[in-house]
Structure formats: C-alpha cells, structure tokens
Ligand binder design. Sequence first.
Ligand code: SF4
Ligand code: SF4
Length: 308
Amino acid sequence: MKNVINYGEKGIVFNIQRFSVNDGPGIRTIVFLKGCPLRCKWCSNPESQSYSRELMFNSKNCIGCGKCKRVCKRGAIDYSSPYRVDRNKCVNCGNCAKVCYPGALVMSGEEKTVREVVSELKKDSIQFRRSGGGVTLSGGDPLTQPEFSLELLKACKSMGWSTAVETEAYVPADTIESVIPWVDVVLLDIKNIDTDKYLRYTGVNNDIILKNVKRISELGVRTITRVPVIPKFNADEKSIGKIAEFTRSLGTVDELHLLPYHKLGVNKYKCLGRKYELENMETPDREYMEKFKKIVESYGLKCNVGAR
Ligand code: SF4
Ligand code: SF4
C-alpha cells in the first residue's frame, strides 16, 4: 500500500458532525462528502446528492432585508416564489449567501483540503482514543470522491484513528480495491435485492452494487449491512428476508442494522426548491421493526434497529 499522503488533495465537504454513536464503533465524527449517483426517493440528505456546492433557502430565517436581490447579478432571486431562488437562472455563485446575515440563504458544500479536515478532526482525537471511536466518511457516497476519500483515510490511519466508510457501492471496482484497505469498518447500504424496485426507487440498477458487495466481503474488512426500511419499497417480510439471506451468504458479515424510514430531511427539499415525492409515507411502527429484526436474526445475524 502506498503510504505517502497528499494533504493538499481537495474534496467537497458539506458537514462535519460530532458525537455520533450510530455510525461505527465508539463515539465518532462523521465527515459528509457531496455527491451521490443514486436518487433515493426517501433521502434525508438531498443536499448531499449534487457533486457541486448548492444554494439552500430557509424562509423561516428571512427578515426581508432585500440584500440578496441587490447582489444577484443573474436576477435569480424571486420574491414571488416560495422557493425564493429561480434555479434556472442561479449559478450557485454564493454571493447572496455571503450577504444574508440571518442565514436564510446558505451554501451547502465547501471545498476543503485533507489537511484542513484533519486539523478539524484532531480536536476529537482524545475522544476517539477513550471511546474506541474514530472517523466515519459518509455522504452522499464518499467513494464518489475517491482520491479525496483515499488521502483522508490514509491521513486518519496515520493518526492512529479508526476509520469507517458508509457506501452504496455504486462505484467502479478499482475504487473499492484502492480505498477499502484503509478502512476498518464498512457500513454497507443494501436497500433491496429486487433489481426492478431498486431502479424505480433509486434511479440505478443494483447489479454493480451486488458485485461490489461481494468484492468488499472478499477483501475481509469488517462490514455491517445497513438497510433503510421504506414502506412500499422493502418494508415487508419477503424483502427483508432476501436482504438478510444475501448478507448471510457473503459468509463474512454477521451484523445487519435496520434503519426505519423517517421524515427528518423533508424541509431540505423545499430549501433546495425540490418536491418531496413521499409526502404521505408513514414511518414503520415499533411492532413492525421488531418483526423484521426477528427475521434478520433467524438468518444468524446480529440485528440492531437504529437511527438515521
Ligand atoms: S438577504 Fe437573506 S434575510 Fe435578506 S431578504 Fe435575502 S434571504 Fe432574506
Ligand atoms: S447563488 Fe449567485 S446566482 Fe444564485 S441566487 Fe445567489 S447570487 Fe444569484
């Protein structure tokens, strides 16, 4: 493995979140990277999907000062629209966000070097040591920024921190081969085994994903399967059973987490000027989740019903 670290490598990060206990062992800091090839209808981080910086507008914070309209050279600020920003005209330059002091307009995503992110993460190193935690890369899918993720993971390992990556595995096999050797735990999203449903609800085919999942399991890295439980998509005994059976068949994965559907990200769609398609979807209740947990356990897997 090549050990030289390129601390100047740049990536687009949209959040760094501390004190997570759901995203790998111990207490962890999550670095959220922009970019995802999937378009899951239930995504609670829609600002993560685009690979570029993106303007968000939250009407609750707007005081109507008009500064945004004065600085926008594209004429993209539209007071008559509930979304405020005309996305056909906006080029995400960020000028309006710079003058919006109440924070109604904010840019999601910032270019950062590996050095800058590591310097931020160093603030948590005592906590990593005490709790057995570390750094988790999430997104989006961090493997869609492969060079940045690789250098950041190498830097984290050089600090002695535990590393985890959350991925959908919809990436070229080469990326898996290069990045996974620097990862202690893979949090692997397997959403459905049914190819048609996968395509209908996420916009991509799961063939590549299932192949990559097998490759990850062959590489011998500790892997936890994570399944978002979504009504009409996979919240039924047959779908959960098939995912558990597939996970068991890998031979190297003994843990599966079920993540019940929630609506925490719905307002972000409005902030991005987008429509949320699952408006009337209900969160699966506790009884259902317990039933699914038992199905997973019947395949000899440890199962948690978790958040996120
Ligand atoms: S600058 Fe911000 S607070 Fe002022 S009108 Fe524009 S969005 Fe509202
Ligand atoms: S990001 Fe730039 S183009 Fe878009 S609304 Fe703001 S100032 Fe106008």
